[in-house]
Write a protein that binds this ligand. Structure first.
Ligand code: SAM
Length: 259
């Protein structure tokens, strides 16, 4: 596979150039004619062109105007020359939940993920490619050194399948590190709203090395007695840091504190 353009580093352009990986991705996605896809950062359309004949609908979002002619050549694809950060998923769902896929531009991959989670009511699932480091942060278990706000947020709203690793040699230009594809299936049931949960996590992780208790006392309008009583009720030790709590424990704490 030859890449027909000069890649722009500023847009995180690392084009996939290995057909075996594209086929492996397709097998992992398992597209069907019932599915509507949004592909984020479609590039020259390497994945888009394999996906389009197998899917019901494909909307390809690409910020780089110079790549749009490549995408326009692919039959049955709706091409959006937009910044994904400005795309409101509701405007493109047409009543059917979307499956989000993409080899994400690394410089904004975490903000794309959080924005997709925030708009999850319009999504069926997500199969997204990240740099391995970021993928490891997303899936890290609690109390792990990699576990942080992003891990809690992603694991609270999604069940995450660790997918597979992709060698840096499969991209043009070669990124510094390997990539990994993750599958995110959204959890059902009653969950906190994104806004409330995210606000609480931001307060809890505001000073990572400090005790959770101190971060919450500093950031919430709450007495030490009420906080200690909530901790006690949930069996949370006074000495824990935010990184020691599971996503569910954060939820229970929000409920207990009646935030
Ligand atoms: N999907 C292609 C592939 O796998 O070969 C390209 C993947 S490349 C890692 C990321 C793509 O995202 C680039 O084509 C880049 O131009 C595009 N991109 C970067 N920032 C974007 C943004 N804010 N909104 C939409 N697309 C963006």
């Amino acid at each position: 596979m030859r890449i027909p353009v000069r890649p722009k580093k500023s847009l995180g352009q690392n084009f996939l150039q290995d057909n075996n990986v594209v086929e492996k991705l397709i097998r992992f996605i398992v597209p069907s004619k019932e599915d509507s896809f949004i592909e984020i950062g479609a590039g020259t359309g390497v994945l888009t062109s394999r996906l389009a004949p197998l899917a019901g609908r494909v909307v390809a979002v690409e910020i780089d105007r110079s790549l749009i002619p490549f995408l326009n050549q692919i039959p049955l694809v709706e091409v959006l020359n937009e910044d994904i950060r400005k795309v409101n998923l509701q405007t493109i769902t047409k009543g059917t939940k979307l499956r989000a896929v993409g080899n994400l531009p690394y410089y904004i991959s975490t903000s794309i993920l959080t924005s997709l989670i925030q708009q999850r009511e319009f999504l069926q699932d997500m199969i997204l490619m990240f740099q391995e480091e970021v993928a490891q942060r997303i899936v890290a278990p609690h109390s792990d050194s990699e576990y942080g706000l992003l891990s809690v947020l992603a694991q609270y709203y999604c069940v995450i399948d660790k997918g597979f690793r992709i060698s840096r040699n499969c991209f043009q230009p070669k990124p510094d590190i390997e990539s990994r594809v993750l599958r995110f299936s959204f959890r059902t049931g009653t969950l906190q709203s994104y806004e409330k949960y995210m606000k609480f996590l931001t307060q809890a992780f505001s000073q990572r090395r400090k005790k959770l208790r101190n971060n919450l006392l500093r950031n919430l309008q709450i007495s030490p007695e009420s906080l200690d009583s909530a901790f006690q009720k949930l069996g949370i030790a006074e000495t824990v840091r935010a990184e020691n709590l599971t996503p569910t424990q954060f939820d229970l704490l929000i409920q207990e504190l009646a935030l």
